[in-house]
Write a protein that binds this ligand. Structure first.
Ligand SMILES: Cc1ncc(COP(=O)(O)O)c(C=O)c1O
Length: 375
């Protein structure tokens, strides 16, 4: 049987990984400034993460959400503490798109409306609802059309208020930092303004933190930089350091009832323990501080390179806008310098999404490689 060929591949097969490094079968070492798409948050095969999952596997790996599962309640307590959202509620699922689907559904349940405001260049996933609010016609089929979405320009409050005046909007969905678009930040004023408008018009503010959450930007969630609270927050990628897990945080205004949301695999014992161990490592190793420190260092050093036009983003979610062929640069970084970085919708932009325990020495390796390539 052949694989359904939807992913363009680098001809590299990592067979082992440790910390910020991947190794192929010949022992060639690759430095990971991509984190497998922002997923590797606490480093590959972190010993504490491996031990917690192995210990759990020796006891119980899975049972359905019909029995008591204290791995979930332990995770909720830790997540509340680290995210400063202690009074919110946690619903667990298995991916980012599934988190977005559940958030859209909750916004609609809460308001009895179905229209959603999203923003230009947004990416929220590939299931039907998530695709509806994703601004990319290339990946949509005719089937993906049940809810109404209005795409508005980022960082412009006026059209948002105009749209809300019609009274038919259930929610506003926005990425903490737009990732797939090329690391584009909503301004602090815009996020504060959205919060005020959501309150004024009684609509649900959904912060999609699937890529920007779990400490990557130096704050637990990127939107916390603006000093606002969301009504619903979607999470996934960095949650499980590679173990598939997603979730939503719901404000106390949302009331649960049996059967309102549900999933077979969400919150299973292994996934919950994987996520708890990620939170323990973030806390124990002060990784949010490290994300900020290394992010500032990278930004400062990289912005001195002539052919780099700007650096966008915060912490370890950075976009390098190059004056030239970013795609070729990304390719040379892998083939010549053995460093993985991420691409995005714009070929001039490289995305940096390394593990949050990356060191200055590893940052220097990347900086020197980029300097050499752009010289
Ligand atoms: C902001 C954002 N939301 C949602 C998703 C979808 O997540 P998943 O691929 O886990 O379904 C992504 C994936 O890149 C994302 O970046």
């Amino acid at each position: 049987m052949k694989l359904f060929d939807v992913y363009p591949l680098f001809p590299i097969e990592p067979v082992r990984a440790q910390g910020a490094y991947l190794y192929d079968k010949h022992g060639t070492e690759y430095l990971d400034f991509y984190g497998g798409h922002a997923v590797i948050s606490v480093g590959h095969s972190h010993p504490h993460y491996v031990k917690r999952i192995k210990d759990q596997l020796d006891n119980i790996a899975f049972y359905s959400n019909s029995v008591v599962n204290s791995t979930q309640t332990e995770l909720a307590a830790k997540l509340g503490e680290l995210s400063s959202y202690q009074d919110y509620q946690l619903f667990l699922c298995s991916s980012g798109a599934e988190a977005v689907e559940n958030a859209l559904k909750m916004a609609s349940f809460q308001t009895c409306k179905s229209k959603i405001i999203a923003f230009e260049k947004a990416f929220h996933g590939r299931t039907s609802g998530a695709l509806q609010v994703t601004d990319s016609s290339k990946i949509k089929s005719a089937f993906n059309g049940s809810i109404t979405t209005e795409y508005l320009p980022l960082n412009d409050l006026e059209p948002v208020e105009k749209s809300l005046e019609n009274g038919d909007v259930a929610g506003i969905i926005i990425e903490g930092i737009q990732g797939v678009a090329g690391i584009i930040e909503p301004s602090v004023e815009f996020l504060k303004g959205l919060r005020d408008l959501a309150d004024k018009y009684g609509v649900v503010l959904i912060l999609d933190e699937v890529q920007s959450g779990f400490g990557r930007t130096g704050d637990f969630f990127a939107h916390q930089h603006a000093g606002i609270k969301a009504d619903l927050i979607t999470m996934a990628k960095g949650m499980g350091n590679g173990f598939p897990i997603g979730g939503i945080l719901l404000s106390p205004d949302f009331k649960a009832s049996f059967g309102l949301l549900g999933t077979t695999f969400g919150g299973n014992h292994l996934a919950s323990v994987a996520c708890s161990s990620v939170l323990e490592i973030i806390q124990e190793e002060n990784l949010m501080n490290n994300a900020k420190k290394q992010g500032d260092y990278l930004t400062q050093r990289l912005s001195k390179i002539d052919s780099i036009k700007t650096i966008t983003g915060r912490g370890l979610m950075l976009g390098i806008v190059v004056d030239g062929d970013g795609k070729a640069l990304r390719s040379s970084l892998v083939t010549k310098h053995k460093i993985f970085t991420g691409g995005c919708a714009n070929p001039n932009i490289l995305r940096l999404l390394p593990p949050m325990n990356i060191t200055q020495k590893e940052c220097d390796k990347l900086i020197n490689a980029i300097k050499a390539e752009l010289a």
